[in-house]
Design a protein around this ligand. Structure first.
Ligand SMILES: Nc1ncnc2c1ncn2[C@@H]1O[C@H](COP(=O)(O)OP(=O)(O)OP(=O)(O)O)[C@@H](O)[C@H]1O
Length: 348
């Protein structure tokens, strides 16, 4: 669906001439492949390059070099007509909604249909009604943006972005201005739309929770470079880069090394065995594996902390345990864990 190859973006010196600031290398050597129908997240700290990157996907930002192929077409070479056609295939939603305040909800959603000049008023009216139902706003059609909550405004933004039946939806920090409950509702709506319409979604966020709730794959960006990417469960449970580790740590109190420092574990200073973190993903999460291991070994296993949660549809569990016993017995425990695909890391 989308292939980004050796993409670079430098904001030139002239733009900053007044402040004498140097040119900014906002993106360096970005290579990404985003598959049709997936929800792909790009996460990073403020200033990492997220907005610049997502805006190159509809040429709101032109790269300095490199290619952006969408459905096989290199969009960096498009002229104005080509760009106009491209943007009808790509919807975008924004953190601050960008609605037309003088128009009603229905008129906001109608606007992109009207400017294509392709549809009769009856066709447009039918499409607006359909979109209002899709985002759950049928009752609000004649209200103005100022009369809506933040979540309702974003629903209008989503309906408007979907008006021309795009193949791709870009979400620029779409839930950052919303409270946690409304964020969940909007994320559920995006997931629902992704499934119902098979729409490819690319989103940028600085919140790991957003990635964990709806994305299939994720890329972590730092200093304009992709530092890590992969399936969300893999990146979330086994973060490799320091930035990823710290963002994961902020999003759950349990899954990072910092959260597992012995001082945070009750009685950990009196540990007499090994402090081990166990991580398991999928159906095994609900099986009594630890009881079976405990029954088959003289090693003593004490649970110090534990959690079960979900990454999108996949359950996972993490346990912090102390294992005490003879070396051979502990080795046997590790072998059994391996046999059940339970990852184990000795922390202390
Ligand atoms: N128009 C511009 N002119 C000059 N530098 C810019 C411009 N836009 C962004 N930058 C710089 O490029 C870098 C990447 O910015 P970008 O907005 O893409 O980051 P971001 O990850 O989206 O940050 P945030 O989460 O704060 O929006 C930053 O150093 C920023 O200061």
């Amino acid at each position: 669906m989308i292939r980004i190859e050796q993409l670079h973006k430098t904001y030139p010196l002239e733009r900053n001439a007044k402040s004498q600031a140097p040119a900014v290398a906002a993106l360096s050597d970005i290579n990404l492949h985003i598959k049709k129908g997936e929800i792909f997240g790009i996460i990073g700290r403020s200033g990492a390059g997220k907005s610049t990157l997502i805006r190159t996907l509809n040429m709101l930002e032109r790269p300095s070099s490199g290619k952006v192929l969408i459905e096989g077409e290199d969009i960096t070479t498009l002229d104005n007509d080509g760009l106009h056609r491209l943007r009808q295939r790509i919807g975008m939603i924004f953190q601050h909604f960008n609605l037309l305040s003088a128009k009603t909800v229905a008129a906001n959603i109608d606007w992109p249909l009207k400017i294509t000049g392709k549809y009769t008023p009856q066709e447009r009216a039918a499409r607006v009604t359909e979109l209002l139902a899709l985002v759950g706003l049928s009752e609000q059609r004649d209200k103005y943006p100022a009369q809506l909550s933040g979540g309702q405004k974003q629903r209008v933004g989503i309906a408007r972005a979907l008006a021309n039946t795009p193949h791709l939806l870009l979400c620029d920090e779409a839930t950052s201005a919303l409270d946690p409950e409304t964020t969940q509702a909007i994320l559920r709506l995006l997931l629902d739309i992704n499934r119902k319409l098979g729409l490819t979604i690319v989103l940028i966020t600085h919140e790991m929770q957003v990635i964990r709730n709806i994305c299939d794959r994720v890329a972590v960006i730092e200093g304009g470079r992709i530092v890590e990417s992969g399936e969300v469960a893999e990146v979330f449970l086994h973060p490799q880069h320091a930035v990823t580790r710290s963002m994961v740590a902020e999003s759950t109190p349990f899954s990072s090394e910092t959260a597992l420092l012995p001082s945070t574990v009750p009685g950990a200073s009196q540990l007499r065995g090994l402090l081990v973190r166990l991580t398991y993903v999928g159906d095994i999460t609900y099986q009594p594996i630890l009881s079976s291991i405990a029954a088959a070994t003289p090693a003593l296993i004490t649970i110090l902390q534990g959690t079960i949660a979900r990454i999108k549809d996949t359950p996972y569990g993490q346990l912090l345990v102390e294992i005490r016993g003879e070396a051979a017995d502990i080795a046997q425990v590790f072998t059994t864990l391996d046999q059940h695909n339970i990852r184990h890391e000795v922390l202390a």
